[in-house]
Design a protein around this ligand. Structure first.
Ligand code: ADP
Length: 498
């Protein structure tokens, strides 16, 4: 134990072991460090990746925010457009349409300045219709600047597309810088105003803000606004056109009415003069006629001595013709009286059956002479009708007399009477020669007679139907005729029950 060599060896061994341990420890530490480095590298890498992702998230978030802002702007703009559209569509005057665009609307659309231009054909330049945000002399200068480059603006309108300070280079020859300079803005949108008819124009909107540039969304909004203006102008022009046409039409109608009233007054005067004339002539004729008839009657009665048969025969002819003349004069007088409203109808409730029986009796002899059958159909329970009996008998006698006159031997005449919607409708039908279509409208005028074989043989005045019409109309009734040439005619007339 006291051997120093022994202790030295022990010491050497201890050192060796220590070295070995140290080596192992070093090896282990190195290995650990290596592992740690790998881990640190990995960590650094994932940190870097996370950083990238965070940046991406921030970027996306910013973009989303911007998109949201853009969307909010668009929604506000669209609301403003909707309200504007409503107010503009109520405007029926072209000049008023631009006035509806107020600075507040423009602000909602994201702009502070605006100018509206319409092409003026007469002046051959653009005129200002809208001014928001400019002083009078400023807008005047802008107009001059625009008109100096009017061809370029006209080209822009022709393109039918909006341009903005962002997109302008792609389009027309218009210079962005000069627009910015003259309109005193930093960014702008210009959109054509395109009504279907008439002069076109464009809308300029701009903002002084240097930061924001107009987006596609801004261009779209302003395009919609310009389209709305175009539509409103179109409506106003259409309205003005139809309004003018209506006014012209009204003026024409007024003129024509005035002319017609004058003509009517003239006709009325002439008609009154004619009635007065007929009335006085008839009166004048009646007196000598009565004398002629009186003298003829005295002579025929041979009160002044016997007459040779030939003279008596001529005198009877004079008497007969005088009768006809008196008849005619009386008819004329009656027509004149009714026309002038001087004839008073003695309206009383009458039984139509009884009137028809009276006139049938009177006409029967004439019917028998021509072997004409007379048939009467009167609806049962016919009420009494308010009429002037004497006048209505005259109507029947005239119509039946004509029916007999214009119906050949062995014919048939039918009298029908029925109730129809508050009136009594009488129809007198014959199987006679009928009436040509072209004569029907003139039949009830005075002195009108159809030129036919019967009329050449049979005498007549052409006054009967006129008188009949006057009497019926004085009773507030109507008269008309239906006829087939060669087959027969039916004369209808109505008389109100009340
Ligand atoms: P008038 O019988 O004295 O000629 P009216 O005024 O009574 O005058 O009749 C006018 C014309 O209408 C007649 O001339 C005749 O040509 C035509 N007319 C009237 N009634 C008939 C009838 N029932 N059938 C055919 N023609 C008729």
């Amino acid at each position: 134990m006291d051997n120093p060599e022994f202790w030295l060896n022990i010491l050497r061994l201890g050192n060796l072991l220590l070295l070995l341990g140290l080596g192992v420890f070093l090896m282990l530490t190195l290995e650990k460090n290596k592992q740690q480095k790998i881990t640190i590298d990995k960590l650094a890498k994932s940190l870097e990746e996370m950083d990238e992702q965070a940046k991406l998230i921030v970027r996306t978030d910013m973009e989303l925010n911007k998109a949201q802002e853009e969307l909010d702007k668009k929604v506000i703009g669209l609301y403003a457009l909707q309200r504007l559209s409503r107010t503009m569509s109520t405007s029926l005057e072209e000049m008023q349409i631009f006035k509806k665009i107020s600075p507040s609307y423009l602000e909602e659309l994201g702009f502070e300045k605006a100018a509206g231009f319409l092409w003026n054909d007469k002046e051959n330049d653009f005129i200002i219709q809208l001014n928001i945000g400019y002083l009078e002399d400023e807008i005047g200068k802008i107009r001059t600047a625009v008109n100096l480059e009017k061809d370029l603006y006209l080209d822009l309108i022709k393109e039918e597309k909006a341009v903005s300070s962002t997109s302008i280079q792609q389009y027309s020859g218009l210079n962005k810088e000069s627009i910015i300079h003259f309109f005193k803005v930093n960014s702008f949108v210009i959109s054509p105003i395109l009504p279907k008819e008439g002069s076109r124009g464009f809308l300029f909107v701009g903002k002084e803000d240097t930061g924001e540039v107009p987006t596609e969304g801004d261009e779209e909004l302003i395009t919609v606004l310009a389209n709305q203006i175009g539509q409103a102008i179109e409506n106003a022009r259409l309205f003005e056109k139809s309004w003018k046409t209506q006014l012209e039409l009204e003026k024409k109608v007024e003129e024509r009415t005035r002319e017609l009233t004058n003509v009517l007054e003239e006709v009325q005067k002439i008609s009154n003069r004619k009635t007065d004339f007929i009335s006085s002539v008839s009166h004048e004729l009646r007196t000598p006629l009565t004398s002629i008839k009186g003298y003829a009657a005295i002579l025929i009665a041979e009160k002044l001595g016997a007459l040779p048969p030939a003279v008596k025969e001529r005198l009877e002819k004079i008497n007969h013709h005088s009768d006809e003349l008196v008849h005619m004069v009386n008819d004329l007088l009656d027509i004149a009286r009714i026309e002038a409203g001087r004839a008073t109808m003695k309206i009383e409730l009458q039984d139509l059956q009884s009137i028809i029986a009276t006139v049938s009796d009177l006409i029967m002899i004439q019917c028998k002479n021509k072997n004409i059958e007379l048939v009467t159909n009167i609806e049962a329970d016919m009420p009494l009708i308010p009429t002037d009996r004497g006048q209505i008998e005259r109507v029947f006698i005239n119509l039946l007399g004509n029916a007999v006159k214009f119906t050949p031997q062995n014919g048939k005449i039918t009298i029908n009477a029925e109730l129809k919607d508050g009136v009594v409708q009488v129809g007198i039908s014959d199987t006679g020669i009928g009436i040509p279509e072209e004569a029907i409208s003139k039949l009830f005028t005075e002195f009108y007679r159809i030129d036919n074989a019967i009329n050449q043989q049979v005498k007549g005045t052409g006054l009967g139907l006129s008188l009949v019409k006057h009497i019926i109309e004085a009773h507030k009734g109507n008269i008309w005729v239906e006829s087939t040439l060669g087959k027969g005619s039916t004369f209808f007339f109505t008389l109100p029950i009340d």
